[in-house]
Design a protein around this ligand. Structure first.
Ligand SMILES: [Zn+2]
Length: 109
């Protein structure tokens, strides 16, 4: 797993999202790359099912995709806490903390 540090430099694909969110999320590019990889992986698993591959092999690949998706969530959470939540605490934004609590409850289920 490569963990590249990406400069918070807006590119045409992320500019609008960064403006609306008003925070620098240092892992956005890594999140997008990992999402693309997970989608590709899931498509490969779909082909395995279509080709009638061994169910145990399919299950192992599903577990791998699930773990990859979980790690994407952790990365998003990390970014959110280091930027949005730090900012919310500084500005006494209790709603952001409530929202995070609800999101974590769903995420760790
Ligand atoms: Zn955030």
């Amino acid at each position: 797993m490569e963990e590249k540090k990406i400069n918070p430099q807006p590119n045409p694909d992320t500019t609008s999202a960064e403006i609306s969110h008003q925070h620098t999320h240092q892992h956005t590019h890594a999140v997008l790359n990992r999402m693309s990889r997970a989608i590709g992986h899931m498509e490969a698993v779909k082909r395995m099912v279509e080709d009638g591959r061994d169910c145990s092999e399919v299950l192992i690949q599903i577990a791998a995709v699930r773990s990859a998706i979980n790690n994407i969530g952790k990365l998003i959470l990390e970014d959110h806490i280091s930027h949005c939540i730090v900012d919310a605490v500084e500005h006494g934004d209790h709603q952001a903390l409530e929202d995070l609590k609800i999101a974590i409850e769903q995420f760790v289920k």
